[in-house]
Design a protein around this ligand. Structure first.
Ligand code: SF4
Length: 302
């Protein structure tokens, strides 16, 4: 197992074997993100290297590996010949493998045909982490959440719609999907629209897992420069919690495991939606009234 640069994975993949089959993010333009700033040029690792890594992990961990997370930032972009070989080798090597997952952009999913998505599921891949971050078209556009076609007009809901289509196609192929939303992404100016439209997008994508992270302004990112120039302001902690309340209260997923267990959040919460909606909203109301202590600033992380 050989790794290049900083590695990122969702909190729920803490026990997973991480295979770094790509290096960096093929998009790498979201204005708040510096996750792969140490990897300026995205590249797909040589297939032979990825297969060797699986062999090394097999020798070291063998049947103890039950979950494999394929990194880095949008590994679904891997071509099908890589996926076929990686997933075949993984299932031969890790006899107790029950979950294979990766981060995916909406574009990554839409660039795969239905037959390719079905084939990935057939080969054992079963979970995609998708981060629209917001459902507010204006916010998504401002944070550069994915490519837009020429002729895109201000009234189009292109980014919203592509995320819905990507979710529908992934789920139709048999994937479970985990969606990630970013509290604060709209700044003060779009805070309400960001929260309300994110709830709409959650309903439309209907994820199996839903998590919210809190935006941390990282030095030297475009959003940090906008903040320094007075063009963007992060909402207050209480307003960020208010966004979370709107997200939970207004979204209507069929049955989603909801979590705010990421280190960036001020209040770790969890439950099933819609079953636990009322309890979670009441907890948020207590936090908003000051009756529940929040995670101190020093203990938060990216
Ligand atoms: S797609 Fe993800 S990893 Fe890539 S720049 Fe955006 S937030 Fe960062």
């Amino acid at each position: 197992m050989r790794y290049e640069g900083r590695l990122y994975r969702p909190p729920s993949e803490a026990q997973s074997y991480i295979l770094q089959a790509t290096v960096g993010c093929s998009w790498n333009r979201c204005t708040y993100c510096d996750m792969y700033s140490d990897k300026h040029r995205f590249r797909i690792r040589e297939l032979v290297e990825s297969l060797e890594d699986i062999g090394m992990a097999g020798a070291q961990f063998g049947p103890r590996v039950e979950k494999m997370f394929v990194a880095d930032g949008d590994a679904l972009i891997l071509p099908m010949d890589h996926w076929e070989a990686i997933l075949d080798r993984a299932s031969d090597t890790f006899t107790n493998l029950r979950q294979v997952s990766c981060y995916a952009t909406a574009t990554n999913i839409l660039e795969k045909t239905d037959a390719e998505l079905l084939r990935l599921v057939e080969l054992g891949m079963n979970l995609l982490y998708i981060g629209p971050e917001s459902g507010d078209e204006e916010t998504m556009r401002r944070i550069a959440k994915g490519p837009r076609p020429d002729g895109y007009s201000r009234s189009d809901d292109y980014l919203f719609d592509t995320h819905v289509e990507a979710a529908q196609r992934a789920k139709a192929a048999g994937f479970r999907i985990s969606t990630i939303f970013l509290l604060g992404a709209g700044g003060v100016e779009r805070s309400e629209a960001h929260a309300e439209s994110s709830a709409r997008l959650i309903t439309a994508m209907d994820p199996d897992y839903l998590s919210a992270l809190t935006l941390t302004v990282v030095p030297n990112t475009p959003i940090a420069r906008m903040e320094a120039n007075g063009k963007w302001t992060l909402p207050s902690v209480m307003d960020l919690l208010g966004e979370l309340r709107t997200l939970v209260d207004q979204s209507r997923p069929t049955n989603a495991l909801f979590r705010t267990n990421h280190a960036s959040n001020y209040l770790p919460l969890g439950g099933q939606l819609p079953t636990d909606r009322q309890r979670i909203v009441e907890t948020l109301d207590l936090a908003l009234s000051g009756a529940i202590p929040l995670r101190p600033e020093w203990s938060r992380g990216l």
